[in-house]
Design a protein around this ligand. Structure first.
Ligand code: SF4
Length: 394
C-alpha cells in the first residue's frame, strides 16, 4: 500500500494575528490537555477502523501554534501515532513554530523527541509590517529562533513569508526576502495576503483606516521573488514553494505537502481538520469543545470517517480527476503526468480534458514539460494566474 500522511491540527494561539482566519483561538490554552486526549482518542478510533496498519511517511503538526505544546506532549502524540500506524524510517515530522513562542531548550527537546523539520512563520523582516500583522515576534526573534534550531540539530527548516501587504513597497518586500535567504533555510513558502472577511485587517481596510493591497504590485513582488530565488539557488517546485539542495544533494521539498498536491491519501486529526481517503472527503467539527466531546462519545465504523466528522462527501471518479488537475497543476515542475493520470484513472488525460488543455495552452498558461507531451504544467507566465487556469477544470 502507498504510504499515507497525517496532519494534526493544534488550534491554540497566544494571540490572534490581524489577518488570520484559520480555525484557531487565543486564550484557551487551559484546554490543551483535554484537546490532546481527544486527539489521541480520534487517532485510536480512526486507525482501528482501517483494514490494516497503515504506513505513514510524514506527520505534520499544524495550527494554530503547535510550538505551544511541550516536547513531552508532542512525544505522547507521536507515541500514540507509532502504536497505531507504521511510521516509516526517515519519515518527515514537521512542526509549525511561531518564533515568538519558542525557546532554545524547547527546540532541543523537540529535536530529541523526533521532530526533524520546522516551519517558522517569519512573515516579514520589517517591524511596521509585523506590527500591522500583529505578530508576536520581531525580526531578531526569527534570527534567534533559526540559530537555536540549527544548534539543536535541525537541518530542514522552512520559513513562511507574506507579501502584498497594505502599503508594502517592492523595496520592503525585497528586504524581507533577502533577509530570509540570508538565514539559509532549506525551504521557503511565499503567500500573498488575502484580506478575509471577519479578520481585523479586513475590517480596517473596509473602514478606510488602511489601504487595500495593490494587485499589480503584488504580482510584481511575486515575479521578482521567482527570479531572485532561482538566482539564490532555490528551485520553485510549487506555486508558492521553493526549496534548495543540501550539501549532500538532497532537494528538500515538503514531502507532506507533495502528497496533497498529488491528490493522494491524507488523514487529518483535530478540530476542523480535513482528510481524504477511499473516495471520501472528511471535514471535522470546527468547535473546540464540540470536537472534544464527539471524540470521546461517538463510535466509528467507516474508515476514514472519525468520531468528530461533521461533513463526509463521496467523490465520484470525474470529480477526483478534476481535483487531480486542480492540485497537480500547482506543481510547477512536476505538473500532471499523462502516464500517472492514465494509470490512476484508466483514461487518457487529453480524452477527458483535451478542450480545456488546448485552450489554456493557447492562452499561454499551460505547456507540456520538457520531456515532451508527458507532463502538463503551468508556464512561467501562468504561475501568477494559476487560479484562473485551475478553474477551467471544474
Ligand atoms: S499564529 Fe498563525 S494561526 Fe495563530 S493567529 Fe497568528 S496566523 Fe493565525
Amino acid at each position: 500500500m502507498e504510504p499515507i500522511i497525517l496532519y494534526l491540527h493544534i488550534p491554540f494561539c497566544r494571540k490572534r494575528c490581524s489577518y488570520c482566519d484559520f480555525n484557531t483561538c487565543a486564550g484557551f490554552e487551559q484546554l490543551i490537555p483535554a484537546y490532546l486526549s481527544a486527539l489521541c482518542t480520534e487517532i485510536d478510533k480512526v486507525s482501528a477502523a482501517a483494514e490494516s496498519q497503515l504506513p505513514v511517511h510524514t506527520v505534520y503538526f499544524g495550527g494554530g501554534t503547535p510550538s505551544l505544546l511541550t516536547a513531552r506532549q508532542v512525544l505522547e502524540l507521536m507515541e500514540g501515532i507509532r502504536s497505531r500506524f507504521e511510521v516509516l524510517d526517515g519519515a518527515e515530522i514537521t512542526l509549525e513554530a511561531n518564533p515568538g513562542t519558542i525557546s532554545r531548550q524547547q527546540l532541543r527537546e523537540l529535536r530529541s523527541v523526533g521532530v526533524n523539520r520546522l516551519s517558522f512563520g517569519m512573515q516579514s523582516a520589517n517591524q511596521d509590517e509585523l506590527d500591522l500583522l500583529e505578530r508576536l515576534h520581531d525580526t531578531y526573534g526569527v534570527i534567534e529562533a533559526v540559530n537555536w534550531a540549527r544548534q539543536a540539530g535541525f537541518d530542514n527548516l522552512s520559513l513562511d513569508l507574506i507579501y502584498g501587504l497594505p502599503d508594502q513597497t517592492l523595496e520592503k518586500w525585497q528586504f524581507s526576502l533577502d533577509m530570509a535567504v540570508q538565514l539559509a533555510p532549506e525551504h521557503l513558502s511565499l503567500y500573498s495576503l488575502t484580506l478575509e472577511e471577519g479578520t481585523r485587517l479586513h475590517h480596517w481596510a473596509s473602514r478606510g483606516w488602511i489601504n487595500w493591497p495593490d494587485d499589480d504590485l503584488t504580482a510584481d513582488m511575486y515575479l521578482w521573488a521567482m527570479d531572485q530565488l532561482e538566482g539564490a539557488g532555490y528551485h520553485q517546485y510549487e506555486i508558492s514553494n521553493f526549496a534548495r539542495k543540501t550539501t549532500e544533494g538532497k532537494f528538500l521539498a515538503s514531502r507532506h505537502n507533495l502528497q496533497y498536491w498529488r491528490n493522494q491519501t491524507y488523514l487529518g486529526f483535530g478540530a476542523g481538520a480535513h482528510g481524504s481517503s477511499s473516495k471520501l472527503r472528511v471535514a471535522n467539527e470546527t468547535g473546540l469543545k464540540e470536537y472534544i466531546e464527539l471524540c470521546h462519545s461517538k463510535v466509528v465504523n467507516r474508515f476514514p470517517v472519525g468520531p468528530a466528522a461533521a461533513e463526509v462527501i463521496e467523490i465520484d471518479r470525474f470529480s477526483e480527476m478534476q481535483e487531480t488537475m486542480m492540485v497537480g497543476l500547482r506543481l510547477t515542475d512536476e505538473g500532471v503526468s499523462r502516464q500517472v493520470f492514465k494509470e490512476r484513472f484508466g483514461v487518457e488525460l487529453c480524452d477527458v480534458f483535451g478542450r480545456e488543455i488546448a485552450e489554456l495552452i493557447g492562452f499561454g498558461l499551460l505547456e507540456w514539460g520538457k520531456d515532451g507531451e508527458e507532463r502538463l504544467r503551468l508556464t512561467k507566465r501562468g504561475r501568477p494566474l494559476g487560479n484562473q487556469a485551475f478553474m477551467r477544470f471544474v
